[in-house]
Design a binder for this molecule. Structure first.
Ligand code: TMP
Length: 210
């Protein structure tokens, strides 16, 4: 086991904000530096709670949205604590890049569910798995939605009214949590290589420190 804890970096943003493109670029950049990198996402595709959530998102399964909000938090705790999960990877010294984390739970689910309650469900994740950095890829709801619609089928939260509210919620949360969390906001409407240059420069100077 490496004696140096790895770094935990989360990508946040609306569906269609370009998170996946940026994670892939970041993975390549960090690997080129010889770092061990694990790329992961929430909800988890290979675990029972995440699979149930995917059925909720595709609307094959109907649940009360409080149930969905708490399942996202449960999937997160499983993601942290499972064998070869986030905590194991960090203890081995890896860089963990995660597509969505508790800011998604707050921003998406506070539309239907009390934010304090969602935060209480995530208290353990904040305690044992606070990210070193949240990168928020900021794209307006209409642009995000048009990118998602071009991909084909849309899921539960992928409509303009919801994404506009989620976008507003991210703004509120970034202000609310600026003192307790490290957050880097980047304009995701620019060309993907320009967006990446900003993310790379921030990570090189603030997270890797070279
Ligand atoms: P994605 O896998 O395409 O990113 O879709 C996940 C969807 O679930 C997306 O619409 C955001 C939503 N979501 C929540 O509502 N709460 C959460 O805690 C997480 C992780 C995702």
């Amino acid at each position: 086991m490496s004696n140096k804890r790895g770094k935990f970096i989360v990508l946040e943003g609306l569906d269609g904000s370009g998170k996946t493109t940026q994670i892939n670029k970041l993975e390549r950049h960090l690997k080129n530096k010889g770092l061990e990198v694990i790329v992961t996402k929430e909800p988890q595709a290979d675990r029972p709670i995440g699979q149930l959530l995917r059925r909720v998102l595709t609307q094959d399964e109907k649940t009360d949205l409080r149930v969905a909000a708490s399942l996202f938090a449960a999937d997160r705790l499983d993601h942290l604590t499972r064998r070869d999960g986030i905590i194991d990877a960090l203890e081995k010294g890896a860089y963990v890049l995660c597509d969505r984390y508790y800011f998604s739970n707050y921003a998406y689910n506070m539309v239907d569910v009390d934010l304090d309650w969602i935060m209480s469900l995530n208290r353990e994740a904040v305690k044992i798995g606070k990210p070193d950095l949240h990168i928020y890829v900021d794209v307006p709801a209409d642009i995000a939605l048009s990118r998602v619609t071009n991909r084909g089928e849309t899921e539960l939260f992928e409509n303009l009214e919801r994404l506009q509210r989620v976008h507003d919620n991210y703004d509120v949360l970034i202000d609310l949590l600026a003192a307790s969390e490290q957050i880097f906001r980047v304009d995701g409407t620019r060309d993907s290589h320009i967006v990446f240059a900003k993310i790379r420069d921030f990570i090189d100077s603030e997270i890797i420190g070279n």
